[in-house]
Structures are given as C-alpha cells and as structure tokens.
Design a binder for this molecule. Sequence first.
Ligand SMILES: Cc1cc2nc3c(=O)[nH]c(=O)nc-3n(C[C@H](O)[C@H](O)[C@H](O)COP(=O)(O)OP(=O)(O)OC[C@H]3O[C@@H](n4cnc5c(N)ncnc54)[C@H](O)[C@@H]3O)c2cc1C
Length: 392
Amino acid sequence: MPKALVIGGGVAGPAVATLLTRSGWDAPVFEARSEPDPFAGLFLNVAVNGQRVLATLGLDERLRSDAHHAPRMAMWSGRGKQLGVVPNGPAERPEDGGIVVRRSWLHEVIRDGAEEAGVKLTYGRRLEEIRQHKDGVTVRFSDGTEEDGDIVIGADGVGSVVRRYVAPDAAPSFSGLLGTGGFARVPGLEPTPGFQHFVFGARSFFGYLVRDDGTVYWFANLTADAPPTAATSEDWLARLRELHADDPAPVPDILAATPGPLTVYPIFRLPKVRPWWQDRAVLLGDAVHATSPSAGQGASMALEDAAVLADELQRSDVEQAFQRYEDARRERAEALVAYAAGIDKQKRVSRSRIAVALRDLMLPIFLRKAAADHSTDWIFDYDVSRRTREVR
Ligand SMILES: Cc1cc2nc3c(=O)[nH]c(=O)nc-3n(C[C@H](O)[C@H](O)[C@H](O)COP(=O)(O)OP(=O)(O)OC[C@H]3O[C@@H](n4cnc5c(N)ncnc54)[C@H](O)[C@@H]3O)c2cc1C
C-alpha cells in the first residue's frame, strides 16, 4: 500500500488524508499541536465551492447542523449608511450561499470524518526535516521520531516547513492587517438570519453576525505597520473599544459585551510559490497559496486542493499527479489570492477624509455593478466533482 505522510491537521490535511485512504493509500496525519484546539481561531465562512468538497466527504450536512447560513453581506459606512448588499455566493442563487461556522467545529467535523475513514492523526509531531531518497522520503519531527513514506504532503499552513523544502525562496510577509474577534451576547440585539454585516469603521474594519440563539460572532481588522509582539493581551480589547467608539450601533455594544482577553493574528501574504512540488513533496492549502481571510475562501480553497490532489494521485504516478495537480490549481489559486488582496486594500484604514468620502461614494456603485455583472461567480461555481468527472 503506498504511503503519504500528511503534515498538518488543520483543514487540508485531514481532508486529503480521508480521500487518499478511501482510494487505498495509507495516509497518516502529523499535527504539531499537542491536542485539538477547542478555540482554534474564532470562526470562518465556508463558501459553496468548499461545501461541495465537504459533500464528497459526506460531511456537509453535519457541518451545516451548527452553522449560520449567510448568503448575503451588508456593507456599511462608518457613519451608518448602507453602502450595498452583496451575495456571499453566486449572485442569483442564495441557496448556494456561504455558511459561517466556528473554526473548531469545522476542524472537529473534518477530523471525525478522517478518523471514521481510518486515518490515523497524531498530535505533538512538529515536522523539522525532510530527507529524500531513491524510493521515497523520511521525515523527522522535533521530538526526534522519524517516519518513512512514499510521498510527503505539506498541509502545514502559512508557516509551512514543507514549503522550505519545495520552494525555499517563498517566505510570507506581513500584510499590514491584523485580525481579531470574539463571541458575545448583547441583550436586545436581534438575530441576522441570512446576513453578515461589515462596517468600514473610522479607525478599524468590523464584521459581525447574530445567530438565531443570540450569539454574536464578530471580527475586526486593524491596520498596523508591524505584527504585534504579544498576541494575547487585555489591551487589545480596550484598544478596539476605543477605535470603534464612534462607529454605528451595534459595534460599540458588541465590544462592550465581549469578555477578554482577545487573540490577535497577523495576516500574512505569500508571494507566488513556484513550483508547488519538488521530488516527492507537494504543497496544498495555505502552505502554497495563503489567502487573506478577506475573501472568506482560504478553507474552501484548501478543500478544493485536497480533492484535486487526491484525485490525481489515484490516477497517475506521483510526478505526473503532482504536475497535473499544480496545473489544475495554480491559476485559480493565484487569481483568488489577488482578489483577496484587493479587498484587503479597501479594509486598510485611510487617514484621509477625502479618500474615505470617495470610497463611501464609489463603493455602492462598484458593489451594484459587481453583483449585476456576476463578476465573482467564478469563485463559487468551481465544482470539484464536475472537474474530476470531466478529466476522466
Ligand atoms: C483570522 C483568520 C480568519 C479567517 N477567515 C476565513 C474565512 O472566513 N473563510 C475561509 O475560508 N478562510 C478563512 N481564513 C483562512 C483559513 O483559515 C485558511 O485558509 C485555512 O485554514 C487553510 O487550511 P490549511 O489546512 O491549509 O492550513 P491550516 O488550517 O493553517 O492548518 C495547518 C496546520 O498545520 C499545523 N502545522 C504547522 N506547522 C507544522 C509542522 N511543522 N508540523 C506539523 N504540523 C504543523 C498547524 O498547527 C495547523 O494545524 C482565515 C484565517 C485567519 C487567520
């Protein structure tokens, strides 16, 4: 039985391991964390293209059982004026909208699916080194243990160690945005069924939704010159309350009701990675195309990668499969990264009043045009199962 050593137990790793196990591979997953993280980074949007991959894994219904369905996104100015409502999915198919889930729930669903398929997940194994030899690879972990396999799959996120082996020149850099967020309950705040709301605050960008049970999920993106030195600190909550003090309701109320401390994430960008594979090592997910959270697509793209890579490995020898996978995925991934970087630019806070006024004037026109032109449908219409059928 061929053996794939899968590095990283986030989204892409357990997904690709499940699909490979189903097609006759031994695909153990090695995760650096010592145990599953129950907090695991707030919440995220799983778009319809990612949901389709979860459907092939038989996990979409379970994920939806604890999700906020949000086919629309309402954008607001810092003065409380609605700038537009845009689809979070194909423009005219709200039933194909994105769902927002806690990240820990997404991880749990994918991890359980992997374990049910027979995948062995081992925690506390941080990859340090890859050694290539004639017939395969040996990997060494920080605890000194080693594993042999036919290939190694780098699903180890934006700080990927596998990428250092595959494409040593591609190093992540700080995007100029920090992400943070939390959960709260705000007495009297009504649920927002079908919607997420986004506010171009005067000094920081803010997003929120209210689930049917009244729980508020919120995040903020702060503009910064450098990543913070300490990620967790009560000070971030105090600072955010101050930054959003003049923003429209319910933003200040949500922050007032949020318990601290907050965790702050620097958002990184990655240059184009070339190539995506080397010898017997291949990259997927954030390891090869870290996508800013702004597009709500990183997890979905990681799932798409997993489906295409597993499919190619089922049909060709390793080198051919890696190349066909890269050929199939590169253009779409690079286009998506560029699209998300464009949204980041809008989120960075301008100190110029004229720039803000111009944005508030132009954005409604731009948003209406984008919806009318269906200009983002290409993101959501990608259907991995259709692609794999066509290639066959
Ligand atoms: C604040 C924030 C908000 C986001 N919001 C969204 C959103 O709304 N929608 C969306 O689709 N995406 C969002 N994303 C992006 C999304 O989380 C990622 O694109 C997605 O998780 C990528 O999956 P992955 O499996 O490639 O990497 P990850 O989920 O990062 O998983 C990588 C795993 O590898 C492990 N690892 C790292 N190094 C090693 C090593 N040396 N050895 C072993 N294991 C290792 C890590 O511990 C981790 O568990 C957001 C990201 C951030 C930071």
